[in-house]
Design a protein around this ligand. Structure first.
Ligand code: MRU
Length: 346
């Protein structure tokens, strides 16, 4: 099953808030509800929210009553602005919306309003289908970096759930496993929303890949004691110089890997690379509700005093000097990233 898909005139998506307790789908008929589902993280992961937003535009097309192509296009522009604002860091969101809108603008004058509606839906389907194909290509390139017997530290969730299907960094691990390599995964639980413990562990069980969950602060220990040979993660945005914005904690993990001469790889479709930003400090970092940090319980009780305050940046930026390679669908990019990265973006 795909993480996001179109069925019976509805957008369906796996509700990632309730996994691994239950595998349930939500069905969405309005683009505003797609924006809300992205903000609320029913759907999450950079490529998955890009595809969901593209289908959101298709819904906006069907919601608009306009018979004039120009008026329909104006309604789509309003919907696109709303969808784009749902989360700020993952560039795939803006990338997918801009791609659909730019293509629609190029054809709209020769289309009826109904033709344009169908065209937008077909474009969204194309983005979803391409995502799966691109992930499999990335996985082949990335799997070549994994040796038989490796223990790999993985951060957040970058699997089928974070994409339309297959995954980025976890897709690499899955392909290496299917190639017959014996792999063990140390799964960073990924505080505060626990995408590792909840989602990555659930996926690894489906694929029969051996794993153990570790709390995020344990990875330095395993890297220093020679218990892990590789680090893999995805990204929400990569700047032109190879700085990588990814789930909070990636920076500390990469620092510990670098200090112990363990290679750390980011696995990203080229739609995650933002050549318009010179370096990572220009990437907008989402700050989410502190309740995500404070809301967790220990022995059935809140973990912090009632009046405790918290901070909750959802992403951090890992400087390019800590990244060993960036795996894309067009091959593995090595430093210097400011020179090499642009040659892989077609
Ligand atoms: O906040 P999330 O769960 O959407 O964050 C997801 C990540 O940080 C992933 O590592 C990233 O989107 C790349 S995975 C395809």
């Amino acid at each position: 099953m795909r993480t996001v898909f179109w069925e019976n005139n509805e957008l369906k998506m796996i509700d990632q808030r309730i996994l691994p307790a239950r595998l349930e789908l939500v069905a969405i008929r309005k683009h505003k509800d797609v924006a809300h589902a992205i903000t609320d993280m029913v759907v999450r992961g950079a490529p998955a929210i890009g595809a969901a937003a593209a289908f959101g535009l298709a819904l906006a097309g069907f919601e608009s009553r306009s018979n004039s192509t120009d008026k329909l296009f104006a309604d789509l522009q309003i919907a696109s602005t709303l969808l784009k604002s749902a989360r700020p860091t993952a560039v795939n969101l803006a990338w997918a919306l801009d791609r659909v809108m730019n293509n629609a603008e190029a054809v709209k004058d020769s289309f009826s309003a109904d033709d344009l509606r169908q065209y937008i839906l077909a474009e969204a389907q194309k983005i979803a289908n391409e995502d799966v194909e691109i992930n499999k290509r990335m996985a082949e390139h990335g799997a070549a970096l994994i040796d038989d017997g490796d223990t790999i530290i993985h951060h957040c969730n970058t699997g089928a759930l974070a994409t339309v299907d297959w995954g980025t960094a976890l897709g690499v691990i899955r392909t290496a496993h299917e190639q017959g390599k014996k792999i063990h995964v140390l799964v960073d639980e990924t505080r505060p929303r626990l995408q590792g413990a909840r989602l990555t562990a659930w996926e690894l069980e489906q694929y029969g890949i051996p794993y153990e969950i570790i709390s995020d602060n344990m990875s330095g220990h395993f890297l220093k004691t020679g218990k892990a040979q590789k680090v893999f993660f995805g990204a929400d945005r990569v700047a032109a110089n190879g700085d990588v914005a990814n789930k909070i904690g990636t920076y500390m993990l990469s620092l510990a890997a670098y200090d112990n001469h363990i290679p750390a790889y980011a696995v990203v479709p080229t739609s995650t690379i933002d050549l318009s930003l010179e370096h990572g400090d220009l990437i907008p970092i989402e700050e989410r509700n502190p309740d995500e940090v404070l809301g967790i319980q220990f022995h059935g009780e809140p973990i912090a005093p009632k009046k405790a305050k918290a901070r909750n940046p959802a992403f951090d930026v890992t400087p390019n000097r800590l990244i060993s390679g960036i795996v894309t669908e067009n091959g593995v990019v090595y430093p210097p990233f400011d020179v090499n990265l642009k040659n892989f973006v077609k």
